[in-house]
Design a protein around this ligand. Structure first.
Ligand code: AN7
Length: 347
């Protein structure tokens, strides 16, 4: 199997003593969004991270963080999470014989993600608080006890995640004009920007994209320019009020002449449905914030039509079916009878 850590080893903190572990992360598809692109008048591509082993982009960073933890003799790892980081940490820890402790906001992570952390055997602890409270706690614990923090404050996480930019340039032959991402703890926008810069320095890309980050309106500290004490959004993955990589996200925005904006829960869910209905891709709500951002920007008239735009779909929709299934009562149940059936489907 082609290994992410091997393919990009010269651009990652991989040494001769780094174990080249893999669960099959990375090498995700860059899918042309033909119909949405045409609707908006741009060449739109979706970097679909839902095909990673635990169904989100976190696996790119986790494989690097876990490899370095093993290299440095660690026995256990810890993270705070809105769900996906915990699923990823739990999987890699299970496969490569580390203990994983994951700390989550009680009742506020999607069921699929909770199931993942549980099946992989992590020690799951829920806190009566939000993600920001969880992060504060695990930071303190990892400072004081022999356990490696695998949140994106760990630089190896950012290093691993920047491989997504490499893959995009490898496919497109250059950086896109714009790159849209959802923003939560702001590690990923930081990572993508580092990746694009590094690839340009390597001579693999000529230009750099404008970095376009989108937060949920109820959890938009960067846009509002102050921490949000009680973040709230249907996109629980980005329900974060005080992002760890806040400054680096602003640097990415400003250095790239990009933008960080916000989208409402309604815009997020509309985009999530559109991506499924028009392009056949089921992403989770937080992921759709990127495309909701593209739609918002297209409406504001920033595109002239010949730009290449990439939006990252950060996670698989199967992780969080709850909001979709709220409409389950719209599904018709009929008698087991052919004529009732023909009438129902409208032949
Ligand atoms: C699907 O799992 O923070 O801006 O603890 O799961 O790099 O934080 C998840 C974040 C976007 C935001 N999309 O990325 C966690 C966590 C999905 C996510 C983000 C997350 P960052």
């Amino acid at each position: 199997m082609l290994k992410l850590l091997e393919k990009y080893s010269n651009l990652l903190p991989v040494t001769s003593s780094t174990p080249l572990i893999t669960l099959g992360e990375g090498f995700t598809p860059l899918i042309q969004a033909r119909k949405i692109g045409e609707m908006l008048g741009v060449n739109l591509y979706l970097k679909y991270e839902g095909t990673n082993p635990t169904g989100s982009f976190k696996d790119r960073g986790m494989v690097m963080a876990i490899a370095k933890a093993i290299e440095n003799g660690a026995r256990s790892v810890i993270c705070a999470s809105t769900g996906n980081t915990s699923a990823s940490a739990a999987a890699y820890a299970a496969a490569f014989d580390l203990r994983a402790i994951v700390v989550i906001p009680a009742g506020k992570i999607a069921m699929g993600k909770l199931a993942q952390a549980m099946i992989y055997g992590a020690k799951v602890v829920q806190i009566n608080g939000n993600f920001d409270d969880c992060l504060k706690l695990v930071k303190k614990v990892s400072d004081d006890y022999p356990v490696v923090l695998v949140n994106s404050l760990n630089p190896n996480r950012i290093e691993g995640q920047k491989t997504a930019s490499f893959e995009i340039v490898d496919v497109l032959g250059d950086s896109p004009d714009y790159h849209f991402l959802p923003v939560g703890n702001a590690g990923n926008i930081t990572a993508y920007w580092l990746g694009y810069i590094q690839y340009q320095k390597e001579g693999k890309a000529k230009k750099l994209p404008k970095m376009m980050g989108f937060q949920a309106e109820g959890a938009a500290p960067i846009v509002r320019d102050h921490p949000v004490k009680h973040p709230e959004t249907v996109a629980t993955a980005i329900r974060i009020g005080n992002p760890a990589s806040w400054k680096r996200a602003i640097a990415a925005r400003d250095e790239s002449k990009g933008f960080i904006g916000m989208v409402s829960d309604e815009e997020i869910l509309k985009a999530q449905h559109l991506i499924a209905l028009k392009e056949g891709i089921f992403c989770e709500p937080a992921s759709a914030a990127s495309v909701a951002g593209v739609i918002k920007m297209a409406k504001s008239g920033i595109f002239n039509g010949d730009e290449t735009v990439v939006a990252t779909l950060t996670g698989n929709g199967l992780k969080d079916p709850d909001v979709i299934l709220r409409e389950m009562d719209k599904i018709s149940t009929i008698p087991n009878d052919i004529s009732a059936f023909i009438k129902e489907v409208g032949f």
